[in-house]
Design a protein around this ligand. Structure first.
Ligand SMILES: Nc1ncnc2c1ncn2[C@@H]1O[C@H](COP(=O)(O)OP(=O)(O)OP(=O)(O)O)[C@@H](O)[C@H]1O
Length: 604
């Protein structure tokens, strides 16, 4: 089967990515998920409101002190002002801490649920859709995007809410001193809004592009690791380094564009602040000269406005974080809109459903399968496979053998046509029922990190050690497993004991032996040396005895041993018969057989 990571690229990358949700749908989903933590949300708002109120005491206290110094207030007002400042500082500190704690409880709870939901959904999306999107897109959504939303929620939300409260309350404070101070301060608002509008217009497309570029970079890096053996074999590491470099440069260029836009944004915000402060000072001078306000009130007004610089910059600057988090959130929630394979819930997972299951017949009727809409790779394929019959599928590379195998195994959906398992349409079988009836070994087996026993128990969680040993012995793995340092408890997979390709294949066969299904689809890669490939063939033959089997024959000796052979070419069945029948007629099979025997492989 074609390796999905090296499958031909789909022309329109943007279209093949998983979808994004609308901003409204993303926010609605987040609020739904946050419901259990609504209490923490309310407490967070109240704490932050109190913390912002406390900051108002500073300009008022300093204003009072100025009035004491200029003789407008009695001396003892100085002690009250100092006391108010200290009390406000303590209250502000405690409330900010409480606010941060409640925000974290609220946002982390909601995010954990979202992440769980997205990953759960991803696991149920059909493999072909994941392959079309590319692993990079998937990985960047559940890592970088989750991280972006999480860090925005942790610090950004607290700061944003505090800053907004401080801005609103400070404007009230200014108005309380004299409404003309508040009006003077508002002169800066149109400038700030214009600055923000320009910034959002410029930065939104850059951020969206940045997310896609990050996905593409992750895809290149993953591809270079998954394809390591091929890359090493052909000595093309430089090509991949070049591709990773190009995709990294793209993300760096976009990062630079972000910094440029941000610098202009903050520069304009500073200018707007100075315009506002100038207006406040001019208003103060005018009101003081007219004898309408005290010098202390003028100082308090200037301090109020200067105190707005930070929260305004913070609130507007946080649009950046909020925007990025929003963009990431729409990508995360977008995953939830991808249709999934319906999985009826069953109370007992795996264990109770694992075999032995009686052999069943397979009917393939006018089967059409496509990886991309409108480009079928199987064209109306039909065949009947009887109970207990062993059918080999042969044909040149790309003929559609693996696709047929994976369609029978339920991994590939039919675009049209049908597959019946024991007379029941495959699409009507519950996933657990399907898994216990049909099991397969593909060319690309995976050894999961953990102990050997854990790897095998993935398919039969309650299997005893004796059962695991029996399955391993049945597929010829007994001798090397006996030599492992800790037997079944030996760590295998990434970071553990490295297994050879043949041992990995035997492990895959042992999983089938444990499931003991009625139908087996074998598409395992051919071992390079004849001794090993023969031992694997013998193990496979033992495994499929008494079961219905579809063997994608990579060696024609496997085909010759089958009850019947199907020859495929360009997605169609071009010959169908026993080994002897097909050898007796001129055609593709005889050509393949002659070429194979001439190569001397079978006699090696
Ligand atoms: N994951 C995939 N995405 C897109 N196209 C694919 C994918 N897998 C296979 N194809 C295409 O489908 C066609 C049939 O491939 P398939 O792997 O079924 O052939 P095969 O006969 O099993 O070949 P091989 O013996 O090389 O495994 C080929 O044109 C292949 O490029």
């Amino acid at each position: 089967m074609t390796d999905p990571k090296t499958a031909p690229p789909v022309p329109d990358r943007e279209q093949s990515l998983l979808p994004r949700a609308s901003g409204r749908a993303a926010a609605a989903e987040l609020l739904r998920l946050a419901k259990p933590w609504a209490g923490s949300g309310v407490l967070a708002v109240l704490s932050l409101l109190l913390a912002s109120l406390a900051t108002l005491a500073v300009p008022l206290g300093v204003g009072a002190m100025v009035d004491v110094v200029t003789g407008n207030r009695p001396q003892e007002a100085m002690f009250w002002a100092l006391g108010a400042l200290l009390g406000a500082a303590a209250l502000g500190g405690v409330c900010t801490w409480l606010g941060g704690t409640f925000v974290a409880r609220f946002s982390e709870g909601a995010l954990a649920r979202l992440r769980q939901k997205v990953i759960g959904h991803l696991m149920r999306i059909r493999l072909v859709r994941i392959e079309r999107a590319g692993l990079g897109d998937v990985v960047s959504r559940v890592s970088a995007d989750v991280e972006r939303v999480s860090s925005a929620a942790k610090s950004g939300v607290t700061q944003f809410v505090s800053a907004t409260f401080t801005i609103v309350l400070t404007l009230f404070g200014l108005a309380a001193l004299d409404y003309r101070f508040a009006l003077a301060g508002l002169v800066a608002v149109p400038l700030q809004l214009w600055t923000l509008w320009r910034y959002l217009k410029k930065s939104a497309p850059i951020y969206a592009e940045q997310r896609v570029a990050e996905g593409a970079r992750a895809q290149e890096i993953l591809q270079s690791q998954y394809g390591r053996s091929t890359i090493d074999a052909f000595g093309v590491a430089e090509v991949f380094l070049g591709r990773i470099g190009a995709s990294s440069r793209r993300t760096v260029d976009l990062e630079r564009s972000v910094v440029r836009v941000l610098t202009v944004f903050f520069g304009r915000l500073n200018a707007a602040e100075f315009v506002g402060l100038g207006c406040i000072l001019a208003t103060g001078f005018w009101l003081y000269s007219a004898g309408e306000v005290s010098l202390g009130a003028c100082s308090a007004a200037a301090l109020f406005f200067a105190q707005l610089f930070n929260p305004i910059n913070l609130a507007l600057g946080l649009f950046d974080v909020v925007q990025q988090a929003g963009s990431a959130l729409t990508r995360l929630v977008g995953v939830l809109s991808v249709p999934i394979a319906e999985a009826p819930q069953r109370p007992v997972p795996g264990a109770a459903l694992v075999g032995p299951v009686a052999a069943k017949a397979i009917s393939v009727r006018d089967l059409v399968v496509s990886y991309r809409p409108g480009h079928p790779v199987l064209h109306a394929v039909s065949t009947e496979i009887g109970i207990g019959e062993h059918v080999a599928v042969v044909g040149s590379s790309g003929a559609g053998k693996s696709t047929l195998g994976s369609a029978i195994n339920g991994d590939r959906e039919a675009e049209s046509g049908q597959i019946l398992i024991g007379g029941v349409p495959l699409s009507d079988l519950a996933p657990d029922e399907l898994r216990s009836s049909v099991a397969s070994v593909s060319q690309k087996t995976h050894v999961f990190s953990g102990t050997l026993a854990e790897d095998l128990r993935l398919v039969k969680p309650r299997a005893s050690d004796e059962e695991l040993h029996a399955a391993l012995c049945e597929v010829g793995a007994g001798p090397w497993v006996a030599e492992l340092p800790a037997g079944l408890a030996t760590l295998v997979g990434a970071g553990g004991q490295q297994l050879s390709a043949v041992q990995e294949q035997q492990l895959a066969l042992a999983r089938i032996a444990l499931i003991d299904p009625g139908i087996v689809v074998l598409d395992e890669a051919t071992a390079e040396d004849t001794a090993n490939s023969r031992s694997l063939e013998q193990a496979a033959a033992r495994l499929i005895a008494g079961k219905t089997a579809v063997v994608i024959a990579h060696r024609l000796s496997q085909a010759a041993a089958a009850d019947r052979i199907i020859v495929m070419a360009e997605g169609r069945i071009v010959q169908d018969g026993t080994h002897e029948e097909l050898l007796a007629e001129p055609g593709r099979y005889r050509g393949l057989w002659d070429a194979w025997t001439a190569s001397g492989v079978e006699s090696a």
